[in-house]
Write a protein that binds this ligand. Structure first.
Ligand SMILES: C[S@@+](CC[C@H](N)C(=O)[O-])C[C@H]1O[C@@H](n2cnc3c(N)ncnc32)[C@H](O)[C@@H]1O
Length: 226
């Protein structure tokens, strides 16, 4: 009897795996990703070097920021983009510069103090949660950070909560389809279509795709409101 039941049980298990494994694995890959290495804080000086391959003014233009806007710069690093963002939103606006490495936080804090920037707040966040305010931001900006996210779907869920109804999410990241002489190893870069799928799955809709950089994609999403 037992001998007869075994193949039948095996058959059921195999059938279950065949049906559900693709869903389970795609769900896991959306939830968790092997962490790429975090940018090493002892190389922070590299983040301060001028980037002719990432035109800051052109990027700022394409973010269509207005005076008084509230922006989150997630994975702010040395604050390379925090300063031009702060200048775009003006004294009536605010930029929250957030990172999960304390050395980055200390570095930006000093910079903000030295430049006496009254419209920047520095936030020490968590991998899956930038610890910001709900329904508060006009724009959330991530540059050169998406490929480092350990838990993209959880972080995106929180970003979605933090954005206002008409809020936008801008992602600039290394494109593995564009060969670059520097930057993270190709296997750590996230393909553009993977990033778009993950972000859309988290409740966003792609509204702009600016193909203006030699090594990066630059995507803008709006929050999908149900
Ligand atoms: C390569 S640096 C980019 C810094 C800056 N955005 C720039 O373009 O110069 C990536 C930064 O993202 C931060 N980071 C990685 N994962 C993060 C997460 N889940 N939340 C916030 N920051 C994160 C790292 O600590 C690092 O400072």
């Amino acid at each position: 009897m037992v001998k007869n039941k075994l193949p039948c049980l095996m058959h059921k298990v195999l059938l279950f795996l065949a049906i559900f494994l693709p869903f389970i694995s795609s769900h896991l890959s959306a939830q968790e990703r092997r962490p790429g290495d975090l940018f090493p804080p002892d190389k922070i000086f590299l983040l301060e070097e001028p980037r002719d391959w990432q035109d800051t003014e052109e990027i700022m233009e394409r973010l269509y920021l207005k005076t008084g806007d509230i922006v989150a710069d997630i994975g702010a690093g040395s604050g390379y983009f925090t300063i031009p963002l702060a200048s775009r939103v003006g004294e009536k606006g605010l930029v929250f510069a957030e990172d999960i490495q304390i050395q980055m936080i200390n570095y930006i804090s000093k910079k903000v103090e030295t430049l006496d920037l009254k419209n920047v707040r520095v936030i020490f966040g968590k991998t899956e949660d930038p610890s910001l305010l709900d329904n508060f931001f006009n724009l959330v900006f991530l540059a050169n950070t998406y490929h480092e996210l350990e838990k993209p779907s959880l972080l995106l869920e929180n970003i979605r909560k933090d954005l206002r109804y008409y809020g936008r999410l801008a992602i600039i990241d290394w494109d593995p389809a564009k060969k670059s002489p520097f930057g993270p190893p190709t296997e750590e870069k996230i393909p553009e279509d993977t990033a778009i799928k993950e972000i859309e799955r988290a409740g966003f809709e792609l509204i702009e795709n600016h193909n203006i950089m030699p090594y990066h994609y630059f995507l803008v999403f709006k929050k999908k409101n149900n």
